[in-house]
Design a protein around this ligand. Structure first.
Ligand code: IMP
Ligand code: MG
Length: 177
């Protein structure tokens, strides 16, 4: 278990007000695009929980929320590449306008898997919203519709993102040294 004091010594990559601005911008963009619709936000646990809460409150259209739990990373800082559904959505998404909400997209493996999984349940539309994008990996075979901000290739924690379940509580984004 890390001590709070240790977490404060990690270098800050993105300050809290900068994150807040980006979330508000995403909220405005999504609200414009979904005027007169009720999108279903599907968050990928656990990392999305902070971003999802902020994003939902930044919308000026009504939304519903669902969560999925996937595993691909285990306790380490590099992806195993193998994804399992630990907990699936509990509602029908047929005919719904889906927005997948991710904390961070790195290789794109998680998002590719989710797109395929959800498309097979015939939603009306499906888009992706990620708070952070690791810029070095930006060449995916699909479109990232909403991106909060691009960052470098460093492993980051805070704003919901963890390393071995630690640091999710940090309100800013920090680099794990
Ligand atoms: P991808 O499948 O390689 O795109 O990885 C996406 C998932 O890996 C995210 O949902 C995170 O849970 C995790 N992840 C990727 N990079 C980081 C990081 O820098 N810090 C914490 N988690 C990360
Ligand atoms: Mg995640």
């Amino acid at each position: 278990m890390v001590r709070y004091k240790d977490s404060q010594e990690l270098p800050v990559l993105v300050e809290e007000p900068v994150i807040r601005e980006a979330v508000l911008r995403l909220g405005r963009d999504i609200s414009q695009d979904y005027a007169s619709k009720t999108p279903l936000l599907i968050g990928v646990l656990k990392g999305c929980f902070v971003f999802m809460a902020d994003l939902a409150r930044a919308l000026t259209v009504p939304c519903e929320v669902e969560f999925m739990r996937l595993s691909s990373y285990g306790a380490g800082a590099t992806s195993s590449g193998v994804i399992h559904v630990i907990s699936d959505i509990q509602t029908s998404i047929s005919g719904r306008d889906i927005i997948i909400v991710e904390d961070i997209v790195d290789s794109g493996t998680t998002i590719s898997f989710l797109m395929e999984h959800l498309i097979s349940h015939s939603p009306a539309s499906i888009k992706v919203c990620t708070m952070f994008l690791k810029g070095s990996r930006a060449n995916f075979p699909f479109n990232l519709d909403y991106v909060g901000m691009e960052i470098g290739a460093e492993f980051v924690v805070g704003y919901g993102l963890d390393y071995a379940e630690q640091y999710r509580f940090l309100p800013d984004l920090r680099v794990l040294k």
